[in-house]
Design a binder for this molecule. Sequence first.
Ligand code: FNR
Length: 186
Amino acid sequence: MTKKKVGVIVGSLRSGAYTRMLSRALPELAPELQFSTIEIGDLPHYNQDLETDSPPSSWTRFRQQVIASDAILFITPEYNRSMPGVLKNALDVGSRPWGKSAWAGKPAAVISMSPGALGGMAANHHLRQVLLAVNLAAMAHPEAYLPAVAGLFDENGALQNADTRKFMGEFLQTFDAWIGKVVSAV
Ligand code: FNR
């Protein structure tokens, strides 16, 4: 059976990001899905003046990768009780030009992470609010707020915490089923 293609969008640009570490663990946690990361760090700030017949090439590349994905998985840190600006910019870029949103109708899921105790809950919910606006069908449950993430990975950045591995595996199984439900409903 063909694996469902999941585009993974990581909300942090820094090289040592915990969110990026988790994205690297996805294929072993859910081998039944096919993951590919969609980069957002090179997207110019959204400016409608650039929305011409030849928009920035990275915008076009990004939109095409979203369209080619069966579903989108967001892994976000929390910046000042919201998502990082670079992630909001990517959501805006994907939503335009008007009437041609790359997101429309796709299944999605959100994982938030933080070294702190709250697991990026505020970022998770701000992000979900925007997913509604761009017509991404976000899975409601299970919710994934990963706290104290500095202790989850080994010195090579591999996800070592057994409870988190189990939880993420179950989360991704449910996401797999959610993708099937949303795709068959449209
Ligand atoms: C943070 N951090 C943070 N953490 C949190 O739990 N709630 C918050 O509101 C914030 N705010 C915040 C703002 C800014 C500008 C920065 C740079 C950081 C800390 C953040 O969770 C921490 O740096 C994570 O390690 C970032 O995620 P990555 O880069 O490891 O994926």
